[in-house]
Structure formats: C-alpha cells, structure tokens
Design a binder for this molecule. Sequence first.
Ligand code: ADP
Ligand code: MG
Ligand code: ZN
Length: 183
Amino acid sequence: PTGSVEVITGSMFSGKTEELIRRIKRAILARQRVQAFKPRIDDRYDAHRIVSHEAVSVEAVAVGTSASIEERVLDETDVVAIDEAQFFDRGIVEVCDKLANRGLRVIAAGLDQDYLGRPFPPMPELMAIAEEVTKVHAVCAVCGGPASRSQRLIPQATTVLVGGAESYEARCRGCFEPRDVPR
Ligand code: ADP
Ligand code: MG
Ligand code: ZN
C-alpha cells in the first residue's frame, strides 16, 4: 500500500484527540493493525492510554523520543497514531516520513500554536510533509465563536505547561490575549 501522513491540529479543546480516536477506531473496524503513541510528558490522565477531554480513550504506549516510536513499530502494523505530537523532538518529522514511505498510514495530532500563538515546533514541519491537514476548532470561551488559540490562564513563562481546563481556555483570534496572564 502507499502510505501517507495525516495531521490533525488546532487549539486546546478543539477535539484533536477525539478525532484521532475516531480515526483509530475506524481503522480497527477495518481490521487494520494500529499502534498508538503519546509523549511520556503528557501524563495528565493515564500513562497507557490516549484520553480525550470527554474521557474517551484508546490504548497507547508512552515514549520519550521519536526514535523510540520508530523502534517500537512492528512489521505487521498498518497504522501509527501519535497524540500530542508537538511534545516530540524534531526527529518526529523524519520518523513519520519514513513510516509513510514504508507504506504505513501515519496519523499525528498536536497543537499548531503555543500559548503565545507562535507556531509550535515540530508541528509546522509535520504539516508541511503531510498529505492531509485537518484543522479543528474549539468554542471560544469568551464569545462562543470558533476558537483557534489556547489562552493560558495562570502565569508561567515556559512554553510547556501540561495542563487542562484549570490552566488554559480556548479563544478565537479576537479574544486571544497573548500574554502570560490575561487582564
Ligand atoms: P484536544 O485534544 O484538541 O485538546 P479533546 O478531543 O481532548 O481536545 O476534547 C474535545 C472535547 O472538549 C469536546 O468534545 C468538548 O466536550 C470538550 N470541551 C471543553 N471545552 C471546550 C471548548 N471551549 N470548545 C470545544 N470543546 C470543549
Ligand atoms: Mg488532545
Ligand atoms: Zn472569541
């Protein structure tokens, strides 16, 4: 088979993980062999599952690096799913590319922007090499419009702050305040 890379991207709460899980479940229904991975850093809910904000989940392996995804992919695997791809090293781009070249279907979900609205490496590169990019949108917590950005609600000036509704809310371009603490 000809492989491909699919990217699912958008802000926090936009349904990236839900969409990833939906595609994984459909691949399993089609009797495809699926392996799912997530970064070890994302231990918000469960070390062995990909879990959406709605608490829907599928089994996954938590790994520390992109190289360890490559090592773990089995010969018989048809589909590789990766959640929170923005937390992986830049090597993830080459790993996804190689797997797709070998004929696998690679589906990667991740944030396109950080808490200041800046492109979140390595997602831009991943989006560039992908056959298909799906941008999903949350509901803006301020105005109810389609949200594309993740507003940080607590002060912390580091790009990586793993958290949920207590630390972030979804906002549209107009309501987004790209600072550490909203007014
Ligand atoms: P992501 O992986 O993009 O962070 P999830 O797939 O885990 O998102 O969760 C999406 C779910 O989050 C939605 O189905 C909804 O139930 C819930 N949710 C909470 N806040 C919002 C919001 N502001 N906009 C959209 N969905 C939200
Ligand atoms: Mg998610
Ligand atoms: Zn808004």
